[in-house]
Design a protein around this ligand. Structure first.
Ligand SMILES: Nc1nc2c(c(=O)[nH]1)N[C@H]1C(S)=C(S)[C@@H](COP(=O)(O)O)O[C@H]1N2
Ligand SMILES: [Mo]
Length: 216
């Protein structure tokens, strides 16, 4: 019995010794600042230009709705969006019309996968993204079929912070920052080709293409 106890103490002491010699253990994800040799911006490089300030979304009551001209309207929890869909990652730069930009490693789901699950009806031309602050922006539905467009839930390997759109931000590649809808609560499939979002109805270009002026 004594010997057994001694052996046990010895094992514990030795194992503690082992762990101590193995170097630091990373306990929580940290923001990466480099990806495949490319330098990334930081979460601190975002400038708050949102219409109503940061939205703080309660993840337990949160739902993402896919509505409108679809065969199967969907309502997903945060976990359903993430766990039930293939994830993708890509470095994409956000350019705000106010002059700042942020090059970020985004991780998320493909908007096209969500659209396909809902099943757009014939005649659907437009997809309108809405945030919990009432902000909207519209896109031709072809944008999501001709390009791999992400709805991201991670930025530089960390969970999307509230200030950057938690739970989801649209990574509107090749489009001005105002097309990157944050705090997404609804994706509405529509046939309203004249719909204009928040900034689009205030004089900003509908396409929001980066290679064009953002003034209409
Ligand atoms: N829901 C919502 N999304 C939004 C906005 C907003 O006001 N509300 N602002 C847009 C603008 S103008 C930019 S540049 C980007 C990044 O803005 P941020 O740094 O304020 O997060 O988010 C875009 N998405
Ligand atoms: Mo912006």
């Amino acid at each position: 019995m004594r010997n057994a106890l001694f052996a046990l103490v010895l094992v514990v002491v030795l194992c503690t010794g082992c762990v101590q010699t193995q170097g630091p253990v990373t306990l929580s994800p940290v923001e990466v600042n480099n990806y495949s040799g490319q330098k990334l911006s930081s979460v601190n490089d975002f400038v708050d230009t949102s219409i109503n300030g940061t939205q703080y979304i309660n993840v337990s009551t949160y739902r993402l709705s896919i509505t409108g001209l679809v065969d199967n309207p969907e309502e997903y929890t945060y976990a359903q969006v993430i766990d039930d869909h293939q994830s993708y990652q890509k470095v994409v730069t956000l350019n705000c019309v106010e002059g700042w930009s942020a090059t970020i490693l985004w991780q998320g789901v493909l908007v096209r996968d969500l659209l396909n699950e809902a099943g757009p009806k014939p005649g659907a031309t437009t997809v309108i993204f809405e945030g919990s602050d009432g902000y909207t922006s519209e896109f031709p539905i072809s944008y999501f079929y001709d390009n791999d467009i992400l709805m991201a839930y991670k930025l530089n390997n960390i969970t999307l912070p509230a200030a950057e759109g938690f739970p989801f931000i649209l990574v509107a590649e090749n489009k001005w920052g105002y097309k990157w809808v944050e705090w997404i609560t609804e994706i509405n499939v529509s046939n309203d080709t004249s719909y204009e979002g928040y900034w689009e109805s205030r004089g900003y270009s509908d396409s929001g293409d980066l290679n064009q002026s953002f003034i209409k």
